[in-house]
Design a binder for this molecule. Structure first.
Ligand code: GLY
Length: 407
């Protein structure tokens, strides 16, 4: 046999096995870490793992914390990745069920994260009607926050800007794009278009007002709820009002890709691609593609609304959670565009996250990834493991595995 054919054959048989190794190794690791996490939790209502405190202690939230759905969601994803292990299944069911009262939450937009990551996965995997009903009720609760004059779901009540502490009349944040999946789901299963119409209106306004001409993003747009016009645009978790917060950009890439899946509107695919290109081609993105928490830290023309004590802590911290969200989104975006670079970048991020630089040491703290930044200006959850990084890492692994199965 010609030596080049032989080399090609060897190479092609090697690539899928490397893919399997990456997925299998991380699946086993997730199983081990989640068992360690479960051992530390006492099963009470305020026991949902959120992050790690600087002293190494586990930081928990109750069912109404915005991150409560990620641990149950991770249990469902780990269950699927580990050949339907019944131990993980039983805990996924138990931890999902605890969240049922959240279906009536109307005081913020986060119900989409909380219920779609938990009950959404539960329904996707089991098709149990009871889960579907809880998701529909959750979508109804989210719709109560929609104001047709603004055309958006209101993200927060009674909140103030960082720095000057100006009252937000009607804040709409990039993160809110993620909650639209719950609405699209509700329309799909009820055949009532009203949920999807709200999602489309919200996505269109986000496109109009949160996204800049170069497809970078403002974190917060504050609207006048009477006229429906934007009043001002600022950051809440990023470096400066005119900067691009890495996770806000990540939520946008994921959110617009998902909205394209749900509506097939080209403007959403275009936004997802351009936002992804901004992220991936950015000169401030480190070569391993794990971003700093903001793309404009310390740059001329970007003035933080608050003072940072740079002697206490360097501003240059990576945010692994943003990388994990983008990684998962890129696998889906590649499916729609067949743009090879998105697939290559997603795999590169997955490999980086799986390396000792970012994967947690096997440890009692039970998280999968380290080095995330939750809220730098707020001064908390900085350079620590965080539950949403783990969730999107597992989802990215699952999406990668599906490509693997398709060959
Ligand atoms: N509010 C969600 C986040 O911190 O990304």
């Amino acid at each position: 046999m010609n030596k080049w054919i032989l080399i090609s054959l060897l190479l092609f048989s090697w690539i899928p096995s490397r893919k399997n190794d990456l997925v299998q190794d991380n699946a086993k690791f997730a199983d081990k870490q989640m068992r360690a996490m479960l051992q530390q939790l006492d099963g009470s209502i305020d026991s949902f793992p959120h992050a790690i405190y600087p002293d190494g202690k586990l930081k928990l939230v109750d069912i109404y914390g915005w991150t409560s759905g990620f641990f149950p969601g991770s249990l469902w994803l780990a269950y699927q990745l580990n050949n339907k292990d019944t131990f993980l299944l039983n805990h996924a069911i138990e931890w999902t069920n605890k969240l049922e009262p959240v279906k009536n939450l109307t005081s913020n937009h986060d119900i989409g994260f909380m219920m779609y990551c938990s009950y959404g996965n539960a329904y996707r995997i089991t098709k149990k009607e009871a889960y579907k009903d809880i998701l529909i009720q959750s979508a109804n609760s989210l719709c109560t926050r929609f104001n047709p004059k603004v055309g958006c779901i209101k993200s927060w009540d009674d909140a103030y800007t960082i720095g000057e502490k100006v009252y937000y009349q009607y804040p709409v944040i990039m993160d809110n794009m993620m909650n639209l999946e719950l609405l699209c789901f509700a329309s799909n299963v009820t055949h009532n278009p009203k949920y999807r119409e709200i999602a489309i209106s919200h996505a269109d306004k986000t496109l109009e007002n949160n996204i800049r001409g170069d497809y970078s993003s403002f974190h917060v747009v504050n609207y006048d709820s009477i006229t429906g016009k934007p009043l001002f645009k600022v950051t809440h978790q990023g470096y400066a009002n005119n900067s691009t917060w890495a996770r806000g950009q990540a939520w946008g890439i994921y959110g617009f890709t998902m909205m394209y899946r749900e509506t097939r509107q080209e403007r959403y695919l275009n936004a997802a691609c351009k936002m992804a290109d901004y992220f991936l081609d950015n000169k401030n993105l480190p070569t391993d593609k794990i971003p700093y928490w903001d793309f404009n830290i310390g740059q001329l023309g970007y003035n933080p609304p608050i003072q940072y004590d740079t002697l206490k802590r360097s501003l240059f911290q990576r945010d692994v959670s943003s990388a994990a969200i983008v990684c998962s989104a890129l696998f889906e975006l590649y499916g729609f565009t067949k743009h090879q670079q998105y697939y290559k970048d997603a795999v590169a991020i997955l490999q980086a996250l799986s390396s000792p630089a970012y994967r947690n040491n096997e440890s009692k703290n039970g998280f999968l990834l380290k080095h995330s930044v939750g809220n730098f200006p707020g001064g908390y959850d900085i350079d620590v493991p965080i539950c949403y990084a783990d969730y999107y890492f597992l989802e990215a692994l699952q999406r990668y595995q599906q490509y693997n199965k398709k060959g």
